[in-house]
Ligand binder design. Structure first.
Ligand SMILES: *Cc1c(COP(=O)(O)O)cnc(C)c1O
Length: 410
């Protein structure tokens, strides 16, 4: 988003015009940004065979999935529905990794029947898998190295209390099951959470996985999950992808030499690919001063963007209706009947009723976590590509709220 001729624009398109054309609240995605993030990641790992498996759950609109697919990227799916969504878009089953947790074995069988690689995250399921398929179906195993990702316990999934993955401490048990059923383990996986800051933390996890890999003879890839950190506010420390690429590639090549075979290195970024591409445009309904603060109430809330309330996530906000005039300090809140703070104590260009506020970094875990809470329809989604705007999801209507409800008689 840039200011050009006193207007906030992306790819030359005026964002307030989009708000007028499609209404608010509105999710807008900069498709070129998605492409450039993918290119940057590929460039950082150009010295090894690296595969990207975009984490579908971050933003799962079929057009985004197609855009990602056309950039030569595969996908990671965490539900059988996401698997089907990716197949629907045209991904080959071989380009889809299915990483479920706590699903029934029926769902895993369904994925195997669809030809998709399954990433097994607990020992009982590994035993079911062995019983059903033996050495016939290649699989990946998700390990938990117990590395804490960043400081935010709400997004870290690698700690000792986490439900995800098979504890690295159970590796011996895993290899017993693998040997007993002659399982064809072709990949090992770790995903420690969504806040990997630097190469050092990453390498700590990597060393543990390299070590574990020596217990498996037929690996084709090691999958390091997602979790690259992107900037949410000015001055945020972000993953230096170039540096990470160099250091991790070097360590990976060393490992491959000692393992005796060239493996592929996989990543499953969600946030890194789509977070910065996304903007949630909302309208200021009311500016309300209390003795303590000035609230701006907007036509959206935690029903459309849950991250601020769920993860205490900081999202930068901009009054895109004004590029000059005085700044004021505001707290932006939603219209949901809950404490529903989107952004507290922010200095913004003076807001008038009807102004459009852009909430940044809304691409990842924005729409995909949206709900109909308070019986509110979900926003429309617009994709910007090659200087054109495409509506990729219609705004929901009141009929959609009623859609699956039956008025029964009793
Ligand atoms: C959510 C998830 C990711 C993506 O995490 P980001 O922080 O968005 O990069 C990757 N892999 C798995 C298994 C996940 O559940």
């Amino acid at each position: 988003m840039q200011v050009v001729d006193q207007k906030y624009k992306i790819q030359g398109i005026n964002l307030t015009d989009l708000a007028t054309k499609y209404g608010t609240p509105l999710y807008v995605y900069d498709g070129e940004k998605i492409r450039s993030q993918i290119s940057a990641l590929k460039a950082a790992f150009s010295s090894v065979t690296m595969r990207i498996k975009y984490a579908t759950k971050a933003l799962s609109n079929v057009n985004i999935l197609r855009l990602v697919k056309d950039s030569g990227v595969g996908v990671d799916a965490v539900s059988i529905e996401e698997v089907k969504l990716c197949l629907h878009v045209g991904f080959e089953p071989g380009d889809i990794m299915y990483t479920p947790n706590c699903v029934s074995f029926q769902e895993i069988q369904e994925a195997v029947d669809l030809g998709v690689m399954v990433n097994i995250d607990n020992i009982p399921m590994l035993e079911h898998f062995g019983h059903a398929y033996g050495d016939k179906v290649p699989l990946c195993i998700r390990l938990n190295p117990h590395i804490l990702a960043g400081g935010n316990a709400k997004i870290s999934v690698g700690h000792i209390d986490s439900k995800f993955g098979i504890s690295i401490l159970q590796l011996k048990h895993v290899t017993r099951v693998v040997e007993a059923y002659k399982l064809n383990v072709v990949g090992l996986h770790v995903h420690t959470g969504s806040d990997i800051l630097d190469a050092e933390v990453f390498l700590k996890g990597a060393e543990i996985l390299f070590d574990a890999a020596n217990s498996f003879k037929d690996l084709r890839f090691l999958d390091f999950g997602g979790g690259f950190k992107v900037g949410y506010k000015q001055g945020d420390i972000t993953t230096n992808i170039q540096e990470l690429g160099e250091k991790v590639s070097m360590a990976f090549k060393d490992f491959c030499r000692s393992y005796g075979r060239e493996l592929e290195i996989w990543f499953e970024p969600g946030k890194y690919i789509v977070s910065e591409s996304g903007y949630l445009l909302v309208k200021a309904n009311v500016i309300k001063s209390t003795p303590a603060t000035t609230f701006v109430g907007v036509d959206s809330g935690l029903n459309h963007l849950l991250r601020p309330m769920m993860y205490d996530a900081y999202h930068d906000v901009v009054n895109i209706s004004r590029t000059d005039g005085p700044d004021r300090v505001y707290t932006i809140v939603g219209y949901i009947c809950e404490t529903d703070t989107i952004a507290a104590d922010r200095r913004l260009k003076e807001i008038k009723e009807g102004d459009i506020i852009a909430i940044k970094n809304a691409g990842a875990y924005g729409f995909s976590m949206a709900s109909n809470y308070n019986s509110r329809p979900r926003p429309a989604e617009v994709l910007l590509l090659g200087g054109k705007d495409y509506m990729i999801r219609k705004r929901e209507s009141f009929d959609d709220i009623l859609k699956h409800q039956e008025m029964v008689s009793w």
